[in-house]
Design a protein around this ligand. Structure first.
Ligand code: ACO
Length: 221
């Protein structure tokens, strides 16, 4: 049996990985969060190529061309990288589905354990489900998972101040604004200021999903 260390989880295994979270009913449909699959490539590519204008303004600048970077043939490399990071305990990369179909991603990255037990969280959803509670509920599922099975203590989210929907997602979930990082990240071709939001386990003793359910924004199914 694996030796258990509270701060690091079972030795040789990544706490919280793999996982399937939900289902929850939200305005867009039945939402679930699961690990990425090699077979997600076509749906991932179709949505990301269609939604370039919706995504490019807020995502880290990537070298190369958007259509190539987000072509179906680019997915196996991304999937393999995500899987490798997850297996090494450095990331919890999730796909969001709505009514069983690929709808976006939530990623927990830069997981550091020891005395920090901290990571960042980021997300995107396709325009076909946007504005109907998907990112809020998916992030709530993942935050609860990180603070329970994942053994993390603190999650940070950085967001451009102009990104009103994402700021709204974070404040709705109860993330605390902690400061402004100047010229923090290369986004859409320039170094952009980002607000830093954060949350620790002490902030949400009964979890984020139960709060959303109590607010009538999500329902267990
Ligand atoms: N002005 C003000 N509020 C807005 C606007 C707007 N233009 N558009 C949406 N909102 C509000 C909605 O009313 C809702 O607030 P509510 O809970 O009070 O009703 C909130 O923003 C959106 O909540 P959801 O419906 O849960 O979010 P959604 O599923 O639409 O996803 C997201 C939001 C992820 C930001 C989506 O717009 C997206 O993918 N954008 C492009 C990529 C991106 O910006 N990702 C986030 C980067 S920052 C980070 O990852 C920490």
């Amino acid at each position: 049996m694996a030796e258990l260390n509270h701060r690091q989880g079972p030795v040789g295994r990544h706490p919280g990985w793999p996982a399937r979270l939900g289902p929850l009913r939200v305005r867009a449909g039945i939402l679930e969060v699961r690990k990425p699959r090699l077979s997600d490539g076509a749906a991932w590519s179709r949505i990301r190529r269609r939604d370039r204008r919706h995504l490019e303004t807020w995502e880290p600048t990537a070298p190369g061309d958007w259509d190539n970077n987000n072509a179906t043939f680019a997915w196996p490399g991304q999937w393999s990288t995500l899987r490798g990071l997850a297996r090494r305990g450095m990331s919890l990369p999730f796909v969001i589905t709505v009514d069983g179909a690929f709808a976006g991603q939530v990623t927990v990255g830069n997981i550091v354990r020891g005395s920090l037990c901290s990571a960042w969280i980021g997300y995107w959803v396709g325009t076909h489900v946007a504005g109907r509670g998907v990112a809020t509920a998916a992030a709530a599922l993942v935050v609860d998972h990180c603070f329970r099975e994942g053994g993390l203590h603190r999650l940070e989210a950085t967001v451009r101040p102009e990104n009103t929907p994402s700021v709204r997602v974070l404040t709705r979930l109860g993330f605390r604004e902690e400061g402004l990082f100047r010229r923090y990240l290369d986004v859409a071709g320039a170094w952009r200021d980002h607000l830093c939001f954060a949350m620790t386990t002490e902030d949400v003793p009964s979890g984020l999903v139960s709060r959303l359910v109590a607010q009538g924004r999500a329902e267990h199914v």
